[in-house]
Design a binder for this molecule. Structure first.
Ligand SMILES: NC(=O)c1ccc[n+]([C@@H]2O[C@H](COP(=O)([O-])OP(=O)(O)OC[C@H]3O[C@@H](n4cnc5c(N)ncnc54)[C@H](OP(=O)(O)O)[C@@H]3O)[C@@H](O)[C@H]2O)c1
Length: 285
């Protein structure tokens, strides 16, 4: 693929963007499918978001991903917000349809695809979700209609209970949202099928941290940690040692990116190749 006058530009906007793996996976996918497209990163500071959006429209950037700190602020710049993003109140993928900006969120579906890919279908299962931040919200809105019971535990208890109430209202289904404590977590994990860590605990550089005591992990449960740096968090290492099925954050990263790619191009990207380069890169790190 030669960059030329007809090359379509896709991008990531955020602050910071330097360590993002998105250019790696999207450029690999564009090249594999021989699409005349390129994916770049733009470092956009919070007070410059409006200028960046004007620039994106003026320059005809075809689509873009949005990361911290713009995932919520970007909502007000959209001409249309798809339900995947409006229910969560955050956008990670935008299509620029001739100046009309359409916002999506692929985090929840990306997490579900990662679970399904590992043979851990959450349908009808009891799921404990740690966290009530942006990623947790996306996962909770995707999983609530599918699972038997969702229990959200968060350091700030009020955020968990507010999220649970929003989910109950939308899906007319009981969802528990409580403050996270070691006792509560231990009690809940007794009969839980799937545990998902969607907090940032265990993320580089705090790689020796985990919210879950190893003794709480049973061999017949699935442990999914959405943190992808390091490739194997302390939680994932301990879950593996306990004989549990594990799902790492790198899978979710690739699947949510793959869904953005499909939204932009209408084509399925090479997921296995994308996962391979992400794993290689994270191993190097
Ligand atoms: N694999 C992927 O594709 C993917 C996608 C998105 C995000 N992520 C990762 O997921 C993590 C969360 O991202 P986010 O966007 O949801 O962040 P966020 O909105 O800032 O939420 C952070 C969450 O972590 C909790 N938390 C932070 N420090 C904690 C601590 N010391 N003890 C207990 N809870 C703590 C917060 O609890 P409080 O509410 O009490 O502050 C909150 O629930 C990050 O590591 C991010 O890199 C991965």
């Amino acid at each position: 693929m030669k960059i030329g006058t007809s090359t379509q530009v896709y991008a990531l906007i955020g602050d910071p963007v330097e360590h993002s793996l998105s250019p790696l996976i999207h450029n690999l996918a564009f090249q594999s499918l021989k699409l005349n497209c390129v994916y770049l990163t733009f470092h956009v500071r919070i007070h410059e978001l409006d200028k960046a959006i004007k620039g994106i429209k003026a320059l005809g950037v075809s689509g873009f991903n949005v990361t911290v700190p713009h995932k919520v602020a970007i909502l007000s710049f959209m001409d249309e917000i798809r339900p995947s993003a409006s229910v969560i109140g955050a956008i990670n993928t935008v299509v620029n349809d001739d100046g009309k900006l359409v916002g999506y969120n692929t985090d929840g579906q990306g997490a579900l695809a990662a679970l399904l890919n590992e043979g851990a279908n959450p349908k009808g299962k009891r799921v404990v979700l740690l966290g009530a931040g942006g990623a947790a919200r996306a996962i909770a809105f995707t999983l609530t209609p599918i699972v038997d019971k969702l229990i959200i535990l968060n350091r700030t208890g009020s955020k968990a209970s507010i999220l649970a109430k929003q989910l109950e209202k939308r899906f007319r289904k009981e969802v528990e949202g409580k403050i996270l404590s070691s006792k509560k977590l231990s009690d809940e994990l007794d009969d839980t099928d799937i545990l998902i860590n969607s907090t940032s605990v265990g993320m580089y550089p705090n790689v020796d941290e985990s919210l879950v005591d190893r003794k709480m992990i049973r061999s017949d449960m699935t442990v999914f940690d959405i943190v992808y740096n390091p490739l194997e968090t302390k939680l994932i290492k301990e879950a593996k040692a306990s004989g549990a099925k594990t799902v790492g954050g790198a899978k979710m990263l690739v699947y949510q990116g793959a869904l953005s790619f499909e939204i932009w191009t209408g084509k399925k990207p090479p997921i296995e190749k994308m996962l391979k380069v992400v794993i290689e890169k994270l191993k190097e790190a």
